[in-house]
Design a binder for this molecule. Structure first.
Ligand code: DCP
Ligand code: MG
Ligand code: MG
Length: 528
């Protein structure tokens, strides 16, 4: 489809650009795990193929989908639908993780504003790229539109917003083209004026296609999606509460009186939910950074026996190990946090210790074997913290000091992920963990801080403030240095406040990390 470039622009409207609207591309790779397996073994390409984890077909290629096989179907049911289905074990995530980071890295060459979502999705804010192309347009130039336009809506080439989205469709096409030519991988793209809409529209035509959504169709498109949980940002809990109010369809939500939503959710949440139902959302791209730590926590009315503590550890630990496996790096420090009852609101205590070096290589490889050993270390930490009787209302676990590598592959680099296996250093001989006391942090917010938030330290002091000098002197030099670094890292506070203000903290907050993971697992939700 080609249209002439307008000779006369609406100057006023143009100056207001981006007037809250941006050009966002969402890319979701096609049948991701199965596609990686087909790249590893091209003979599988023409055959129905599924990737299996335990007794579930987590995904399958589009050949298999022709037989009615769907994602997360049981192996039994899938085999009934297609007896010749080939199943590849997909439990080792290494090849998927590697391709995933290659994709993000390649997209990052186009534009610095790339945000990862799970393994197979990326958002790009291409507003600036589009703007550059827009400024370079010659009068009367033809602007091609790439891929589908939702509802085949006519692009109005008098409208600068339309023109920019159309230019965005060209960039999305180019991105997909590069993914195909350089990595051999295909995916779908959605182009719209915010993340939420771009994500929802990208799956309208599948596989290996792209769809552009124009502002005039926002409301209609959302109504067509039917169930409210299809809106990224509306998670299962909100859905449950909305359903109790009789709201199931997106259209119900669009038409539901806001004052009633406010009664249920409070003013600001209600406003946000209502806006989401209309496609009004303006969350920023959060350029991807590897997390500094992995942590999770559980709060409860009260527990007072060691067995209950052990039980909580057993609940939290496997999920955390799973997240660490997906990340691919290996932690070197383990931390236990508790909140005693009665206690001040958010008063927590922490203890951490280095993970014995012989255990480190097992992360991501032998999680089953690690579980009971880590459990014992955590119980030991717990006993160090609690002398006699106790009552707890919260327990948290954290893994930090994710293995760094030499050379220029710093933690902030995707190359760090891509090259990490070959750069892995030999591990030292086993050593008993040393326990280190972490100062209490009375104003710690759940899920945010991993380390103390005051940074008074100067290296001339012998021990970072609030660290037990005896314990400190026992620590190996690299851990001591790490502690100093943490104290000196004033940058942390700035980052933390930035991420909090953006409403999303994929790299720091425990709760956010969990939400993000849950989202990725369920493909239903991102907090924006
Ligand atoms: N995945 C998983 N467990 C889930 C959901 C997904 O292991 N509960 C994995 C397998 C998928 C990958 O994540 O290949 C990406 O998930 P998608 O939902 O994007 O599914 P696919 O990429 O496989 O298929 P599609 O072409 O529909 O995007
Ligand atoms: Mg996908
Ligand atoms: Mg996906």
């Amino acid at each position: 489809m080609e249209e002439p470039f307008p000779e006369e622009q609406d100057e006023e409207e143009d100056e207001e650009w981006p007037r809250g609207g941006r050009v966002i591309v969402h890319i979701d790779l096609d049948c991701f795990y199965a596609q990686v397996e087909m790249l590893r073994n091209p003979q599988l390409r023409s055959k129905p193929l599924g990737t299996q984890q335990k007794n579930i077909v987590v995904t399958c290629n589009y050949e298999a989908r022709k037989f009615g096989i769907g994602k997360l179907m049981s192996v039994k049911e899938a085999k009934e639908k297609c007896p010749e289905l080939i199943l590849v074990n997909g439990e080792d995530l290494t090849p998927y993780r590697e391709m995933s980071y290659k994709v993000t890295e390649l997209l990052g060459e186009f534009c610095p504003l790339v945000e990862r979502l799970g393994f197979d999705e990326n958002f790009l804010d291409i507003t600036e790229l589009v703007e550059k192309k827009f400024q370079e347009l010659e009068p009367n130039s033809q602007i091609p539109i790439f891929g589908h336009v939702y509802k085949e809506e006519a692009v109005n080439f008098q409208d600068p917003v339309h023109i920019r989205l159309a230019l965005g469709s060209g960039i999305a096409w180019e991105l997909r083209d590069r993914l195909r030519s350089q990595l051999g991988i295909t995916g779908c793209a959605g182009i719209a004026s915010n993340k939420s809409l771009a994500k929802m529209i990208s799956g309208v035509f599948k596989p290996d296609q792209q769809t552009l959504l124009l502002p005039e169709n926002h409301r209609e498109f959302l109504s067509s999606l039917d169930h409210i949980q299809k809106i990224p940002g509306i998670g299962s809990k909100t859905t449950e509460r909305l359903e109790k109010l009789g709201v199931r369809k997106i259209q119900d939500l669009q038409e539901f009186p806001v004052f009633l939503l406010e009664k249920e959710f409070g003013i600001s949440a209600a406003q946000r939910i209502h806006e989401l139902s209309l496609g009004q959302e303006n969350s920023q791209i959060i350029p991807w950074k590897p997390p500094q730590s992995f942590s999770d926590e559980d709060s409860f009315p009260k527990i007072s026996t060691e067995e209950e503590v052990r039980e909580k550890i057993r609940e939290l630990l496997p999920k955390l190990l799973e997240r660490i496996s997906q990340d691919g790096r290996k932690p070197q420090t383990l931390r236990l946090g508790i909140r005693k009852f009665p206690g001040k609101n958010s008063r927590r205590e922490f203890r951490q210790c280095p993970i014995p070096k012989h255990l480190i290589p097992k992360f991501g490889q032998e999680n089953e074997e690690l579980l009971p050993i880590l459990e014992e270390i955590l119980m030991k930490l717990f006993r160090k913290m609690i002398g006699g009787k106790f009552q707890l209302t919260l327990l948290s676990l954290g893994f930090s000091k994710l293995q760094e590598f030499p050379g220029n592959l710093g933690k902030g680099s995707i190359k760090f992920y891509l090259k990490r296996e070959s750069q892995n250093k030999e591990m030292d001989t086993p050593r008993a963990p040393k326990i280190q006391k972490i100062p209490e942090n009375s104003d710690k917010k759940p899920g945010i801080l991993d380390f103390p938030r005051n940074f008074p330290a100067k290296k001339e002091e012998k021990v970072p403030p609030d660290v037990d000098p005896e314990v400190f002197s026992e620590l190996p030099p690299e851990i001591q240095e790490e502690l100093w670094t943490q104290w000196r890292n004033r940058d942390w506070e700035r980052r933390n406040s930035l991420e909090k203000s953006s409403g999303k903290a994929p790299n720091l907050g425990m709760r956010s990390q969990c939400d993000l993971l849950r989202y990725w697992k369920s493909q239903g939700n991102f907090s924006g």
